[in-house]
Design a protein around this ligand. Structure first.
Ligand code: GDP
Length: 290
């Protein structure tokens, strides 16, 4: 982790440790305090912040720097390792035939993410298809069709269909030649029972290789209930954080990662199909601490 990646106050504290052969309790507390401040303002759940702080404090005070490593570099390494422990590595997305279901509340960015992911897979040389099963939100069909066209990928949907489960089944049949089928589902404003029933039925019909939960970066503590519900109903293998081009830092999504025992798969940072990247811990850590 390079120091430029740290927030400025944390960086200057780290810099003030330069030349010290030993880092004492006051130093560690100062570092931990600054990390806590950054993470809490990035919407990271307070329990997760405390867990992380304890880990950093214990290790920084107990572990001796290995020979040739300065005390400052040693603490920096501990901070980085503990942050990766909290955030996790990227969700594994093999470049092979698969079916992926996207779940999440209305407005979280599912439809946009479906087209973005299809674009991403197509750039990796695979043949993707987007299957739109959202019969609830007006305009979802047109939006998905248009974005799939922008991404230059295959699209299946039924503008007159009323049964999302049947659309999912028909969609799988119609896109048999595709390598990667991305199934977009309906969201609701809140987690109503009929949404959960519907996505469970789609999950049964589609039998996906992985299900990803799409979350708006601005989600705060609401992430917990959502994540738990989706985890219990269909099982969540990874999280996609959208709208990272806004001011929100996306720390709330870590609650979902923790709650589902999963990891982060993709990040979305704009409204066009190219605005997607694979999650990578380094950049995200900088963002949370910055
Ligand atoms: P859905 O209801 O979950 O399918 O959400 P949509 O895909 O329709 O997205 C809701 C709104 O958020 C739309 O206006 C999208 O253009 C916008 N959106 C989605 N992802 C992003 C993103 O990464 N950045 C920005 N700025 N807007 C996004």
């Amino acid at each position: 982790m390079v120091l430029d990646d740290l927030g400025s106050s944390l960086r200057s504290t780290m810099d003030s440790l330069r030349g010290k052969s030993h880092i004492d309790e006051d130093d560690v507390q100062e570092i931990v305090k600054q990390i806590q401040r950054s993470l809490l303002s990035a919407d990271v759940d307070v329990d997760l912040v405390m867990e992380l702080s304890d880990g950093i404090e214990t290790r920084a005070l107990e572990e001796e720097p290995p020979g040739g490593t300065t005390a400052r570099d040693h603490v920096l390494k501990i901070v980085y390792e503990e942050m990766v422990g909290l955030i996790g590595e990227s969700t594994e997305i093999p470049l092979e035939q698969q079916t992926i279901v996207l779940a999440g509340l209305q407005g979280s960015g599912k439809t946009t993410t479906a087209a973005k992911m299809a674009w991403w897979f197509s750039k990796k040389g695979l043949r993707p298809a987007v299957i739109q099963t959202d019969t609830f939100r007006p305009g979802a069909y047109d939006q998905a069709k248009q974005m799939s066209e922008n991404a230059e990928v295959e699209f299946y949907g039924d503008p007159d269909g009323e049964d999302p489960v049947q659309i999912a089944r028909d969609g799988l049949e119609a896109t048999e030649d595709a390598d990667v089928r991305i199934v977009d589902t309906a969201g609701r404003h809140a987690l109503e029972d009929d949404l959960i029933d519907e996505i469970e039925q789609i999950d049964d019909a589609v039998d996906p290789d992985r299900s990803l939960l799409v979350l708006d970066a601005a989600i705060g503590q609401g992430a917990k209930d959502q994540a738990r519900q989706f985890e219990e109903s269909i099982g969540i293998d990874g999280v996609v954080i959208t709208k990272l081009d806004g001011t929100a830092k996306g720390g709330g999504a870590l609650t979902a990662v923790n709650e589902t025992g999963s990891s982060i798969a993709f990040l979305g940072s704009g409204e066009t199909v190219q605005d997607i990247e694979r999650f990578e811990p380094n950049g995200f850590i900088s963002r949370l601490l910055g």
